[in-house]
Ligand binder design. Structure first.
Ligand SMILES: Nc1nc2c(ncn2[C@@H]2O[C@H](COP(=O)(O)OP(=O)(O)OP(=O)(O)O)[C@@H](O)[C@H]2O)c(=O)[nH]1
Length: 363
């Protein structure tokens, strides 16, 4: 009865132990709430059977003293996380003892033990709920030896009513905590997706995302006959730029080239960084229009100037390949563009080379 917001399993917070470090503070208010609500059926049952003072003392300790004691013990401990895990097990021991103290009054006994176990599951700590079962059994047997295992399982209407607040509030608290966890995971998944879609240095599409977009474009080419042309762009002698001007300036060059590559893709195209100094643009255009875009891109990059390296002149080579009108894999399309790029490099770099994809065999 100490519901706590579970960590995202395997998440960064979980791996660093961030969730567990704050465990005592987060569990404190839930333990006050849970133990406080558990007091209602306890009081009604003990009062109805005119229980002797040791029962009341035990109930008072469990419901009023234990939540605060558990917190103080945990935060004063050298290892608050370990202390709180022990507290969780003691919660279960208390839940087991309630059953015997209640003389196994069926509804509150089952309710309190199952809620204590559900809390262990919700804590998101692997195996905790399983480890809590022996503690619960020990509490039940220990308190049972004290009560002589007195057994009166009937649940009266006042006891049913006294169980309602903990049933309702506990269920809502658990649902709310699960809801918050689901929302957090959804948010993190969205962030992860966005990160996977984007190349960190240039802000262009990442290789994987660009490939999925290019595949769509290829599919449209085959399904609807829309033109599609691929530009494979590679910075010329980029290794020399790195070697002469340093890696940081090399990064500046990639960012600037990336900006121009992005502009070349508009509108309707997709620009990505395939890795290193290689970029790709999938354009919804035929060879002639794409060649104009490629030539403009080549000139724009040739005009780039860098304040940190005034003498530096950057150039790119571009391989251009139209998509075939018959079924063709992205790998084949890229392979054709790569051959064109190789030609551009071979012919002296700083140029555009064009290859049209072969017609359908036998067409
Ligand atoms: N600054 C920087 N350099 C990178 C990055 N990724 C890869 N490189 C470097 O980019 C260079 C790529 O060089 P290559 O593609 O082998 O060849 P090149 O010098 O461009 O020569 P050609 O392509 O034949 O004109 C390598 O030296 C890589 O270390 C990056 O993110 N930043």
């Amino acid at each position: 009865m100490a519901t706590s917001t579970p960590p995202v399993p395997g998440g960064a917070d979980d791996r660093r132990g961030g969730h567990l470090r704050n465990l005592p503070r987060r569990t404190y208010r839930f333990r006050i709430l849970g133990m406080g609500l558990a007091a209602l059926p306890l009081v009604v049952v003990l009062d109805a059977r005119d229980a002797s003072w040791p029962y009341w003392a035990w109930a008072g300790f469990a419901c009023l003293v234990w939540p605060h004691l558990a917190f103080v013990v945990a935060i004063r401990s050298r290892d608050p996380k370990l202390a709180e895990l022990r507290n969780f097990l003691f919660d279960s021991l208390l839940a087991g003892s309630y059953a015997a103290v209640l003389h196994f009054n069926v509804l509150p006994s089952v309710l309190l033990m199952s809620m204590a176990t559900a809390d262990k599951v919700n804590a998101g700590i692997r195996g905790l709920w399983l480890r809590s079962l022996p503690a619960m059994a020990a509490g039940l047997v220990g308190a049972g030896l004290f009560t002589g295992f007195a057994f009166s399982p009937e649940t009266t209407m006042p006891v049913v009513l006294a169980c309602l607040p903990i049933m309702v509030i506990h269920s809502l608290a658990v649902s709310l905590s699960s809801y918050q966890l689901v929302r957090k995971v959804q948010r993190q998944n969205l962030q992860l997706e966005a990160l996977n879609r984007t190349d960190a240095l240039t802000g262009l599409d990442s290789r994987a995302y660009w490939q999925s977009q290019a595949e769509h474009q290829l599919h449209r080419r085959h399904a609807k006959g829309h033109d599609a042309t691929l530009l494979l762009v590679d910075v010329d002698r980029f290794k020399d730029i790195n070697d002469r001007h340093g890696h940081a300036l090399g990064d500046d060059v990639l960012r600037e080239v990336g900006q121009h590559v992005r502009r070349a893709a508009l509108p309707g195209g997709h620009a990505g960084r395939l890795g290193g100094d290689e970029f790709a643009v999938a354009l919804p255009a035929g060879a002639a229009a794409a060649a104009v875009v490629a030539e403009q891109l080549r000139r724009d990059v040739a005009d780039l100037r860098f304040a940190k390296a005034p003498g530096l002149q950057v150039s790119i080579s571009i391989g251009l390949a139209t998509a075939a009108d018959h079924d063709m894999e992205l790998a084949d399309w890229m392979e054709t563009a790569d051959r064109a790029l190789y030609e551009a490099k071979r012919e002296g770099r700083n140029r555009v080379a064009v290859l049209t994809s072969p017609a359908k065999p036998g067409a």
